[in-house]
Design a protein around this ligand. Sequence first.
Ligand code: ZN
Ligand code: ZN
Length: 682
Amino acid sequence: MHAKLSTNLKFFNACINYGDLWRARQLLDNIPDPDLRSWTVLISAYTKWGRPREAIGVYDELRSRNVDPDQLALLSVAKACASARDLRKAKEIHEDVIRLGFQSELVVGNALIDMFGKCKYSEGARKVFDDLRVKDVISWTCMCSCYVKCRLPREAIQVFSGMVLGGVRPNSVTLSSVLPACSDLKYLRLGREIHGHVIRKGMEDNVFVSSALVDMYASCSSIKKAELVFLNMPSPGRDVVLWNVVLSAYFSHGECEKALRMFDHMRNELVKLNHDSWNAVIGGCAQSGRTEQALELLAEMQHSGTKPNLITINSVLPACTHLESLRAGKEIHGFVFRHGFSMDTTVATALLFLYAKCGALELSSRVFNLIPTKDTVAWNTMIFANSMHGNGEEALFLFNEMLSSGLQPNAMTFTAVLSGCSHSQLVDEGLLIFHSMTKDHGVEPEAEHYSCVVDVLSRAGCLEEAYRFIQEMPIEPSASAWGALLAACKVYNNVDLGRIAANQLFEVEPQNPGNYVMLSNIFEASKLREEASKTRELMRARGITKLPGCSWLQVKNKTYSFVAGDKSNAQSDEIYKFLDEICEQMRVAGLLPNTDFVLQDLDTEEKEYSLCNHSEKLAVAFGILNLNGASTLTVFKNLRICGDCHNVIKFIAKTVGVRIIVRDSLRFHHFKDGLCSCKDFW
Ligand code: ZN
Ligand code: ZN
């Protein structure tokens, strides 16, 4: 009998070492009264082999047999609870420890602090910590680390200070535990002190300490120091997480070049790049305006076999919108489609906005129609897209669709639909919607909604009503309200209201050159030359210079930009020749260039010459010369399109027989057959 038991025990220990816990368990069940040690061995083994739940189960069984655990058994079950993150059980173990009188035992106490720390229960850990009569470096370290895990960095640092004051020497684990608290609180000074200690004690080669130092310096915006510590680390210690920390730190400090060099370095050193690495570099490039590069990296990411995730897509999409590149948009679209993100409402919404901003409204609606669950943002974006393309009717239609789908419109919805009404002169509809805001939808109109209504009235030529509306507004009229009125005064040649609106604007936004130019043009158009030059005088006296106009377009994946009078393009001669011919044809047709739009005091001939120089005209001419069989041409401008260019482009669209889309700072103009979608109001 005795011999058999001892054989069984030997076999039991062998199974434990081998990891055959099922057999070990069977053997233990065959032993009539197994000793506590064997139970404890089994508990530890389960935890060691990654099965902490079963370890806890064994402990429960032990307790149900009314066996009182000793310190060792409590230690092993505390480890199991820690690794299972089982707080309820952890509290039970703590009760057992108190009941059995072990609460002031150092080793048990340390294990319990660690257990509560892993369960993120700082109160429990603190109770154990305070009950300990003697504390060693492990107790302090576990307590400190528990506070860091519980996101209580201040408490962590208090514990750390208490430890140092108490004369207990921190070890490398303590330091790598407290450094994240310095990162959180941006305590660069304490971080530096710790770094000094690390150097004095020769702990620099410790990967955990160095990693924590790199992270601390990066968080405290001390990127140079982060870099230094990082580069001095033995390279096997630099794991990908740390590389990513430094990479992101470079990007967030605007050190793009360095970040990119670092990324190349990572690849050369064959660091196993993860999602975070790719997202950091793609997002970093996108945010710093290196959109093309972001797209290239996205392609490389796919090549490398790392599947882009939603974070990747969401970081790169807005950048493409910024680029206003239809090609980039289509690339992303294909990509979104292939990876099955097209059903994601956020991604699809970003995509449809991108298309709309690139001038491809048809593609926007195609994406929109495929969104399975359209949320408010998706609807708002689609309504807004139509509004900026001058499709007021469609914007209204979508608005009503949205309402009948049961979704509640918000402030943004009303801005979107109201601006659609103003661009399409839908006065009654616009007013109706505005009045329904509070009445039917409980949305309080804000400054931008009032401005929209002013715009609705102004564009439709109801200038007096617009002015009265501004005067009766319950809130302070914004610059955009007065701006809308001023722009309409130019269109409708209303000098009196123009003067009022402009004088208000000179108060609200004195630095905006557009207002001075607009008022001066209004005076010029009414032959009030003296007042016009006084306005320009005022502008000059205030030291305001006109923002240079700039237009750009893409031809064969390359972006070409033009400023007024630009002669830097290789095809400049042809561009000017083409424009001269167009001007001549227009003169013959009796469509003389409108000379009201030139700011400088020039005589008529000079004016005509300088009119031919505007950047949008140059860009359109360049686009026509490089059509390569395309039927549509899209040009972007940073400022509002000027009236003369608007006329000339209408004429070009008709003569050449192409569709020309110009997006200016306000909206899209679709030129076709000698007409523009804005119906000459913008
Ligand atoms: Zn122009
Ligand atoms: Zn237009």
